[in-house]
Design a protein around this ligand. Structure first.
Ligand code: ADQ
Length: 472
């Protein structure tokens, strides 16, 4: 059996994290690695004054974890710079926050080259490599330069931008060419894939075959759609752990009979938290009868604090939350609870269950797993209502949610009202449809589907998409 080597910017498996604390994606990759005698390689998160390429190796269960330290300049140019100050904002339609810098681009190339050199020592001839996300697009090209002929797949966890935006990136063609060094390139949705093939067609005159195969830059790759799912059982109320039940009870106690609306996100401008706060404020203004009977809990864990755009956003959110609570709050009612702490997955499941509605309203999101987790956590006999942005990749699958435009404050305020007044029959109908979708396309389905497609090059990919078309 061939080994699986997974590469991501950070390794999501460590000795000191228990089961209930592990995020869905990390758990999926770990499951894939365990079944394939795997190795997980990535940056350690640490810096060293001068780069050495020294690998630190550990064995956790059946998985070998391999990490390298980076120089401070690498972190600045590659991670904070090109990944989080160039590609992330650009791929999330925030050209206004996108910083094009040659130093960043050079850092991105340098670190991918360093990763390839460090990784080479770990790769055996029959190994399959699976590279994750926008930090590492050039990695296969760097490995190929070193003579690597292994099968290599790439999965993009974020959206692919429209051609008109993507072409603002200096050396955009180089980035696309680097994707042709992979044997398979996967996207979450047909929409992101179609943005990519739109670039190929309009900029390069290329057409993609019905089987997803496309030839360019002297190489051939295959494109496919693999929407990520979750392990529904981990969130299901029937299997609730003690920590989950405890979190649910604590949350319910704090409700004091009020209905709760929940938002859970990494604190990021793509998640639309500011627009969500403003919509909630609008709802309180439009529905005076709901005041003191409802509150919103927004959990937003800090991320990428070193990037300036994130500090600005935090300041704005603090100001809006303060304004809403100052204006509407009473002696015993805080309309908006806004917390920056992180929670374990099983605790989150309990909190989700206590919420009558979830407001998951990103401005742009590759998929959004929180929307799926909220649905999976609900009590089948009394489920809450999911309000979901049409700009989350998840909206393509979760059509039974209340789908909203996060830029339309009035529409969002109406959706909150509708969710909080929806009768049990409609809530159950919507929930059952959503849950059936989650069960059919779960996390195992995602990683197994990707690896099967990667192993089996000649066969058409499942859900392969024709250029300009939709999945058959
Ligand atoms: P993220 O942008 O991190 O992921 P998302 O998919 O919503 O977005 O969340 C990933 C995980 O983090 C979820 O399992 C969630 O429970 C957890 N999480 C989020 N906020 C949390 C909080 N405040 N406290 C504790 N846990 C929290 C990127 C892309 C997404 C894509 C995923 C997976 O941006 O679009 O869905 O990768 O491909």
């Amino acid at each position: 059996m061939s080994r699986l080597v997974v590469v991501s910017n950070r390794v999501g498996l460590s000795r000191d994290v228990g089961g209930g604390a592990v995020g869905g994606l990390s758990a999926a990759i770990t499951a894939a690695l365990r079944q394939n005698q795997g190795v997980w390689f990535g940056w350690s998160g640490e810096t060293t004054p001068q780069y050495t390429g020294q690998l630190s190796l550990d064995r956790i269960g059946d998985v070998t974890v391999a990490k390298v330290d980076l120089e401070p300049q690498d972190v600045e140019d590659y991670y904070n710079g090109y990944a989080n100050n160039t590609l992330w904002p650009l791929f999330h339609n925030r050209l206004d926050l996108t910083n094009f810098s040659r130093a960043y681009a050079a850092g991105y190339a340098r670190v991918n080259q360093r990763f390839a050199e460090a990784l080479q020592a770990l790769i055996a001839p029959g190994d399959t490599l699976w590279i994750h996300d926008y930090h590492l697009i050039p990695l296969a090209a760097e490995l190929r330069k070193l003579g690597c002929t292994n099968r290599i797949g790439f999965f993009l966890h974020i959206p692919w931008p429209a051609r008109q935006l993507f072409t603002t990136l200096p050396s955009h063609e180089k980035l696309v060419a680097q994707l042709f060094d992979y044997d398979l390139v996967g996207f979450h949705t047909a929409e992101w894939l179609s943005a990519f093939t739109g670039y190929l067609r309009n900029e390069k005159g290329l057409e993609v075959g019905d089987d997803g195969v496309v030839e360019a830059f002297g190489r051939t790759t295959r494109l496919g759609v693999f929407p990520i799912g979750i392990h529904t059982a981990d969130f299901a109320s029937e299997n609730a752990s003690e920590a989950s039940i405890d979190a649910q009870k604590r949350t319910e106690k704090s409700l004091a009979g009020r209905q709760m609306i929940i938002g859970v996100d990494r604190l990021d401008y793509s998640k639309g938290i500011e627009e969500r706060f403003l919509a909630y404020e609008q709802y309180l203004q439009d529905h005076s009868e709901a005041r003191e009977k409802v509150f919103m809990l927004q959990i937003a864990t800090l991320s990428r604090d070193a990037v300036e755009a994130y500090q600005d956003m935090r300041n704005r959110l603090d100001a809006i939350a303060g304004r809403i609570n100052g204006h509407y709050g009473t002696l015993d009612w805080v309309p908006l609870r806004y917390v920056n702490s992180g929670y374990r997955q099983d605790e989150l499941a309990g909190i989700y269950r206590a919420a009558r509605a979830a407001l998951i309203t990103p401005l742009r999101d590759g998929m959004n797993l929180v929307a799926k987790e909220y649905v999976a956590a609900q009590d089948p006999a009394d489920p809450g209502v999911l309000i979901l942005s049409r700009f989350a990749g998840a909206a393509a699958q979760m059509k039974a949610a209340l789908i909203v435009n996060p830029y339309d404050r009035d529409e969002m305020a109406e959706a909150i009202h509708r969710a909080l007044t929806m009768d049990l029959t409609e809530r159950m109908l919507r929930w059952r449809e959503l849950k059936a979708g989650l069960d059919a396309e779960n996390l195992d389905h995602w990683w197994q589907g990707f690896l099967e497609a990667l192993a089996d090059r000649p066969k058409p990919c499942p859900r392969m998409v024709r250029v300009g078309g939709t999945a058959p």
